[in-house]
Design a protein around this ligand. Structure first.
Ligand SMILES: [Zn+2]
Length: 675
């Protein structure tokens, strides 16, 4: 397997998941969870702030909030703070997302006020047309490198593929004090003078993955690497098991550095005691540990610190634990996660240890039944609260003129629990619907509560904007774009000649015969032509391209689900229609827009072509938006001011700059919305 394959495999946590953009609470009936990380204590309440001359801008971002749910909740009086903002001189409208309406693309459009044709982030995967090798679409972490004597030669560093300056950097350059709190895909750290930044989505664990969790049990026979996780066997001698936890890979030996974790089970008491480098505690079933602190000695001169939490699922006849990924220690992160560097550590002084990994909620562990629905939901609720407290404190603690703070639980809960709100979803059942059918609404109610608390801290001079980057749909069936291309004669598999039956489970575009292929799919909704002069083994002449794209588009728009007769696609966009700018060379030739209920099947998204063209989605990852039709997948936009209609995600930064009297460069694609 080519090296990228390995990299991508490591990444399956998200990519296979990916199959989508990429966790909460309070689930009704959630069991009591004791020994949680301490709830953050709000900083001492400051006196009501005096108005800042010219006013401040506060933007609260919530990933993946579906407007139809928000609108019906408002009509029912269930979102009082958002409704109050709309009705007291403010405004509400649906917010046009980026095309495609997936988070890396949309948050990049938010940050740069530009469409993907310019910022260049189109999908979770991008391919190198010269050799068809896929890579990550939005950025990657380069792991640390050691000199032969074991000294750190090059530290870990994240590269973001996004092109274009962020609007907060423009504001900062004009002397505006800024605070960026866990804004998705705003990584690596931007060294804004006088600015405060805590990074969120894209911050990896110490392995360089988005998240690699640990499942431990005496039912597991041998170490098993699974998408987004590692399963570790517990071999008890009497009541004691010693498990070696593999942390970061030694760049010289390529072996994982391991640290022993000692577990002692109290079977009659249904509890497990752990011992790690002098830290000990006894945890009852259904409880979390405090944060454990790890040190992995890669070499005598280079140690990597990490934090994680344990959750005891079962401690009786059998023992079963879940452990979060090994997250960067906020006091000594493997790569910078805040500006200034010491800010991440100062938050530990303020709140205690906290999650640093960007992929905040362990969707993979839930998908693979290594975490329960209730624990996932409880974690999501607490994480939303932590971010709410951080935001409120930062509004009051030190002066600023621009703050952006964001939450991703809204998106992850919808991805994982849509199965209980759509009776047509393959995993829907009455019992689940009764228990979890309203968890999305519960998350939105918490969003409303947070907005209300922040709004109460602002003055009439301040501009408050609340947005979501895109909406949501059910994901009932997976459509394999590559299989469809094969069946219609546009794509060929090596050593297979019958388009009616050819297929391949080999990912990363490795199994296709390029000499016989005119088009291929990669990523959640992208189709590329195998173009002469661009692709390494291209066969389509440029003068044939437009007609071929038109032909493929027309055929896709005619595709109907044989079970229901429903059209699978709402729209199919050509590159010429929607992608213009300095990054258009990387754009897909066709971007599909699925109808509600359909998305790209995940193996096809990863460059395979499974046998079935259309398959029921029996994955807990049951809600999706990543390749939905952008016209059918808007987000939400509230403000405490009246705003022009037809707002789009590229407009908010431009609106911010205008409010702050910062000149906007002419190449920004958004418009100022203030009336
Ligand atoms: Zn999402």
């Amino acid at each position: 397997m080519r090296r990228v394959g390995v990299v991508l495999l490591v990444w399956c946590g998200v990519i296979a998941v990916v199959c989508a953009c990429l966790a909460l609470t309070g689930g009704i009936g959630a069991p009591p969870v004791a020994a949680q990380a301490p709830e953050p204590t709000p900083a001492a309440s400051a006196p009501a702030p005096a108005p800042t001359p010219g006013g401040r801008v506060v933007i609260l971002g919530f990933d993946g909030v579906e407007p139809t749910i928000v609108e019906s909740m408002m009509a029912a009086g269930a979102l009082p703070n958002l409704a109050k903002m709309r009705d007291s001189g403010g405004s509400y409208q649906r917010l046009a997302s980026s095309n495609p309406p997936q988070s890396p693309t949309a948050w990049s459009s938010f940050a740069t006020c530009k469409n993907p044709g310019n910022h260049g982030v189109y999908d979770f995967l991008r391919r190198n047309p010269a050799n068809y090798v896929p890579g990550l679409g939005f950025g990657a972490l380069k792991q640390p490198e050691l000199a032969p004597d074991g000294v750190l030669a090059n530290p870990a560093a994240f590269t973001n593929y996004r092109k274009g300056e962020t609007f907060w950097a423009m504001a900062s350059a004009a002397g505006i004090a800024t605070k960026l709190l866990v804004v998705p895909f705003a990584y690596p750290v931007e060294r804004l003078v006088g600015g405060t930044m805590l990074c969120g989505l894209d911050v990896s664990d110490i392995r360089g993955t988005q998240s690699t969790y640990f499942a431990m049990s005496d039912r597991i026979e041998a170490v098993e690497n699974i998408p987004g996780g590692v399963r570790l066997p517990l071999k008890f001698e009497g009541d004691v098991a010693m498990v070696m936890v593999p942390g970061i890979r030694n760049p010289a030996t390529k072996q994982f550095v391991e640290v022993p974790l000692k577990l002692t089970v109290d079977r009659p008491g249904h509890a497990v005691a752990f011992e790690l480098a002098g830290q000990t505690a006894k945890l009852a079933e259904n409880t979390w540990s405090e944060w454990l602190e790890w040190t992995f000695e890669v070499s005598p001169q280079f140690r990597v610190r990490a934090i994680s939490r344990l959750h005891v699922i079962e401690a009786g006849e059998h023992v079963r634990l879940y452990m979060t990924c090994l997250q960067m220690h906020p006091r000594a992160p493997l790569a910078p996660i805040s500006n200034p560097d010491e800010y991440a550590g100062q938050l530990v002084d303020r709140y205690g240890l906290y999650k640093t990994v960007g992929w905040r909620f362990d969707t993979k562990a839930l998908q693979q039944n290594d975490l329960t629905d209730d624990v996932f939901l409880d974690d999501a609720r607490k994480t939303m609260d932590w971010q709410g407290t951080l935001t409120l404190d930062e509004v009051a603690l030190s002066p600023f003129r621009l703050m952006v703070s964001a939450w991703t639980a809204t998106d992850r809960v919808a991805h994982m629990f849509w199965r209980f709100r759509d009776p047509k979803h393959p995993l829907y059942n009455e019992e689940g619907a009764k228990k979890y059918g309203k968890v999305v609404e519960e998350t939105y109610a918490k969003m409303d509560e947070i907005v209300g608390k922040v709004a109460a801290k602002l003055t009439p001079d301040d501009l408050l904007m609340v947005l979501s980057d895109h909406g949501f749909h059910s994901f009932r069936k997976g459509f394999s774009i590559n299989t469809w291309l094969i069946r219609n004669g546009y794509l060929a598999v090596k050593d297979q000649t019958d388009p009616a039956s050819a297929f391949t489970n080999m990912k990363y575009l490795e199994a296709f015969d390029w000499t016989r292929s005119k088009a291929y799919g990669l990523g959640l909704g992208s189709i590329f032509l195998n173009l002469k002069g661009r692709e390494g083994q291209g066969v389509v002449a440029s003068e044939e391209a437009a007609a071929l794209l038109g032909e493929i588009r027309d055929k896709l728009l005619a595709v109907a689900d044989p079970d229901t007769g429903d059209k699978v696609f709402r729209a199919v966009y050509t590159k010429a229609e929607v992608y213009k700018g300095i990054s258009e060379a990387d754009a897909p030739d066709l971007q599909v827009g699925y109808a509600d209920g359909y998305q790209t099947e995940k193996a096809s998204a990863a460059g395979a072509a499974p046998k079935e063209l259309l398959a029921p989605n029996d994955d807990k990852w049951s809600g999706e938006h990543a390749a939905s039709d952008v016209a059918d997948t808007p987000g939400i936009f509230f403000s405490n001011r009246a705003m022009e209609p037809n707002a789009a995600i590229v407009d908010l930064g431009v609106t911010t700059l205008k409010f702050l009297n910062v000149p906007a460069p002419p190449d920004l694609e958004g418009k100022a919305l203030l009336k």
